[in-house]
Design a protein around this ligand. Sequence first.
Ligand SMILES: [Zn+2]
Length: 699
Amino acid sequence: MRLFRLAIIAVLLGSLLSIVRAHAQNASAPPSAPKLEHFDMNLVDKSLDPCQDFYQYACSKWNAANPIPADQVSWGTTSGLRYWNENILREAMEKATAQTSNRTDYEQKIGDYWAACMDESGIETAGTRDLKPELERIDQMKNKSELADEVAHIHRAVPGAWESDDNQTGAALLGFGQQQDFDDATKVVASIDQGGLGLPNRDFYVKDDAKSKEIRSQYEIHISKMLALSGESTQQATADAKTIIAIEAAMAQAQMDNVARRDPKNLNNKMSLEQVQALTPSFDWKHYIEAVEAPPSPPHYIVTSPQFFRGLEPLIQQHSVGDWKVYLRWHLVHASAPYLGKALVDENWNFYSHTLLGAKEQQPRWRRCVRAADRDLGMALGQAYVAAAFPPESKQRTVALVHDVEHALDQDITSLDWMQPATKEQAKIKLHAIEDKIGYPDHWRDYSSVKIMRASYLENVRQATAFEFYRQLAKIGKPVDRAEWGMTPPTINAYYDEQLNTINFPAGILQPPFFDSNLEDSVNYGAIGTIIGHEITHGFDDEGRKFDAQGNLRDWWTPADAKAYEQRGQCIADEYTQEIPEAGVKQNGRLTQGEDTADNGGLRLAMMALTSKFQAEDKSIDTKEADGWTPRQKFFLSYANSRCTEYRPELMRTIVLTNPHSIPKYRVNNVVSNMPEFQEAFSCKKGAPMVRANQCRVW
Ligand SMILES: [Zn+2]
């Protein structure tokens, strides 16, 4: 499992959208020319009061002028960048489809991957041909002792089946992979994670409100339709869907919830293979490990959720081999659906994009192919992106910005009145040990062993899945590779890795409106500067603070400072435990505490860095400029502008229930209402909604 702490929801939906597959409409239609947004003060709605609702003040004009397209579930000022990035990748792949004799190995791979994905009529003609051998394998299971063997096979051969996503749902039965050891971050050990669900997380199975029940009943209908499309009779499919729901609901009950998983101590369960076996005696773990060809994991395996594997034991015992075949068939069909014909693609979209997220139409196929290629070959394809969109000057300017914001945290730590010198010293050691990774990796991944052909899209995805699975497993028992990147260069996101103690900014996010080389510092510090501050703060949020400078899970806090920290953290958790009327659900501030801490710290650190820059240049940050605005006002407006995003209500509900990030409006208003500097900048008076009575501050 990965311990990345990310910056943005929109792309984070990856964790949800990885189970959401869009479909083809008009394969030959050229993409409309995408437009990059540039921050513009004319977007401010001056008829509104910034002290009432700053998000509306900054965003209502833009949001009103840019409704969510029918095939999207959210739309914001940064969506144009996503389209822009996708176009660059599309062009690179289309160019490589010409089967000239001098194509490089790299061009052959991206060109043929693209051609196979876009070949809708070939995919339609093949139907479920490429699925059949897998369905037959499952059918041939004779008893439950073969379960481990079949799960191992599915993990190797079925797209996305081996790794649990952020919500621990994606993997069939369980997740298996590698991670750094919690207590010795230089070592890589095997990681065994909970998994097995088809809905976004355990809450979807255990909650009892009307909406949750309605979604479960739609899910059951969806499963039966998918099984029927894979060849079962309607009657059989209806009965099987009930079996699957029963198994998944029991798994959900056994899972650790997403708040408990935020405490790494809860995940740090070291076990020998014999101890793992004792959790689930009816699952042949030794055989599973052999069948996936994983190296041994000395001195231990990490089992993130022993309770889940204990809960699996009675479940395996109670259900017949026939029930387990049904369960595996569903996960096979579910994971393969996006790479098959229209009927399966449509039904998959209908539940995961329409019902769960609120999409009205399917995305054009080419966007779907770009996303899949970025996932499967992104560290090769990224080279084309960097060449087209990330000049060396962008890298230099970002490196300087990162240093400015890191320096701001250094100053912040020095000035804190609630932290004692001993802890401050440790905090600074950790801060100065953070490695900054900007743009793209130093070494490109070698995909030469991945076999890509025009004949079968599903087979290409299987090849890429197997490559990635074995690439991950090969790390077990070896020293950690600090240089590796967890995001591809075109990704519009950023992350902090708490076990590597690195911050990572792919070239994809170092573009307008986040980073705009033509605009002034106040605008850039407000947008990309706050994201840099956000990622740095993750090293010191309620989860990140538990890791030391080397990425080990080690307590470096004095008891008194830890207590003072927790009080401040509680203030944030209480503030964000709030009703979200637009979504019809309540936010759990304990789930979003880390991200909210990072948002608050990020904006403050970026503002401190900007202030220092103005001081060094002997300029005033609070003096009106020719356009009538002060640089500080522009800084806050640029921050809000970069967050202007509308969500469909279904998406919003799903995010609030599953995602550790707050909804954009609250990422703006809750943060600025904690800041006296904001209230001064816009002359807000005590009692106004943007002047919180009990202002929270951690960093
Ligand atoms: Zn984050």
